[in-house]
Write a protein that binds this ligand. Structure first.
Ligand code: NAD
Ligand code: GLY
Length: 368
């Protein structure tokens, strides 16, 4: 078994991320299970993932000496709410979970956020193992400890920041991931390219075909790059209070507004982030922060990976800007992460709304 390993260095809350193939399947994989306080836990997953990977993961934990049962939730963002969470606490209690037990989240970002929040709060906190099964979860949601649930008023309005004990990113899970979810994850991956700059962008440009063909080695290298980038932001600003981790929201100001305008039904998160990133690139270029060559290279990358960039014609831009102002990340005025060059993100406050409106209109016709 070969794998990449990196550490999220947060003093006593430090943890390893393993990235590779067969990480919960091969006999030596048991070595990746951390030493936990107690011997008992639960695997939290959903109805789609359970028939594919639950048995394998339960055996992996069992072979490492941990007894465990399973809690299988329904599949969908609409279940990431307080009702599901309450049911989850009850099932954890019924499974005999104590203060020294553990929760293993097996799934995409929805399961990771729900199980992560339950683990952070049940009996004031039990150990959490993250086993992300989507690209998006492997490169983003499983790393950094953010968790939570949605409310009527919006997404992720309630939650905590509580780090896992380990993240196991097995690229074999990608074999069964629907094509659209692969693309959604790639939206976030390309965002990391913009944040990190030339080295990672060159890797993506040169390995596009292999990545789209789900070649395990290329996927593992790509996820390793992204995990390192995300871990670096998390280490510098664990609780997202210094304006450093906020750079990870590149493309999210416009992307979130778009998701919300379509009631989360039209675009996957990654598609919305791709459109939002293109808009942020265009705005940075129009305001003379980002050079034409950098803009063209970045847009070409999104196009090569088949990600959308245009804001749909029917979108009311005034309404979109109004929604952006109500985003939970907006403080006194509208802020956006803008690139001053590839690999050089800045959180800009007091965005000029009339300029933004013009650029967003232009994004409806955006073509290479
Ligand atoms: P998801 O969890 O809904 O998974 C997408 C779909 O793929 C689901 O139907 C799931 O059952 C299925 N699936 C997952 N793995 C599979 C596999 N290996 N094979 C086949 N099917 C599989 O979506 P997501 O994109 O992973 O996560 C989105 C969520 O993540 C959102 O709720 C978002 O708010 C959250 N998120 C959290 C953070 C954070 O820092 N905590 C960051 C980004 C996103
Ligand atoms: N997904 C953004 C963050 O973890 O801060």
């Amino acid at each position: 078994m070969t794998f990449h390993k990196l550490t999220v260095s947060l003093q006593s809350r430090s943890y390893p991320i393993y990235i590779g193939s067969g990480l919960t399947r091969t006999s030596s994989a048991v070595e990746l299970v951390p030493i936990m306080r107690g011997q008992n836990g639960v695997v939290v997953t959903n109805k789609t993932i359970a028939p594919l990977y639950l048995e394998q993961v339960q055996k992996w934990l069992h072979d490492a000496g941990y007894t465990n049962s399973a809690i299988i939730l329904p599949d969908g963002e609409e279940y990431k709410n307080h009702e599901t969470l309450l049911g989850l606490y009850q099932d954890m209690f019924a499974a005999g979970l104590q203060r020294n037990s553990f929760v293993c989240a097996l799934g995409g970002g929805v399961i990771g956020d729900l199980a992560g929040y339950a683990a952070a709060t049940y009996m004031r906190g039990v150990d959490l193992l993250q086993i992300p099964t989507t690209i998006l979860a492997q490169v983003d949601s499983a790393i950094g400890g953010k968790n939570g649930v949605n409310m009527e008023g919006g997404k992720n309005l309630v939650g905590t920041t509580c780090q896992p004990r380990v993240v196991i990113s097995d690229v074999d899970f990608m074999k069964t991931l629907p094509e659209r979810e692969i693309l959604s994850g790639l939206g976030e991956v390309l965002k990391y390219g913009l944040l990190a700059g030339d080295d990672f962008i060159s890797f993506l440009e040169m390995n596009k075909s292999e990545i789209l063909a789900r070649d395990p080695r290329s996927l593992a290298t790509m996820i390793h790059y992204c995990s390192r980038i995300k871990a670096d932001y998390v280490v510098r600003d664990e609780y997202d209070r210094l304006g450093v981790r906020a750079a990870l929201n590149l493309g999210h100001t416009v992307g979130h507004a778009l998701e919300k305008m379509y009631a989360y039904k039209q675009f996957t998160h990654g598609e919305a982030i791709a459109i939002g990133s293109a808009a942020a690139l265009m705005f940075a270029n129009e305001t003379k922060l980002l050079a034409d060559t950098a803009l063209q290279r970045a847009l070409q990358l999104f196009s090569d990976f088949g990600l959308p960039m245009q804001i749909p014609e029917e979108v009311d831009i005034d309404k979109m800007i109004e929604i952006m102002g109500r985003d939970k990340k907006a403080e006194d005025s509208l802020s956006m992460v803008l690139l001053h060059g590839l690999g050089d993100p800045h959180l800009e406050k007091n965005i000029d709304l009339s300029k933004l409106k013009n650029v967003l209109q232009k994004c409806k016709q955006l073509q290479l």
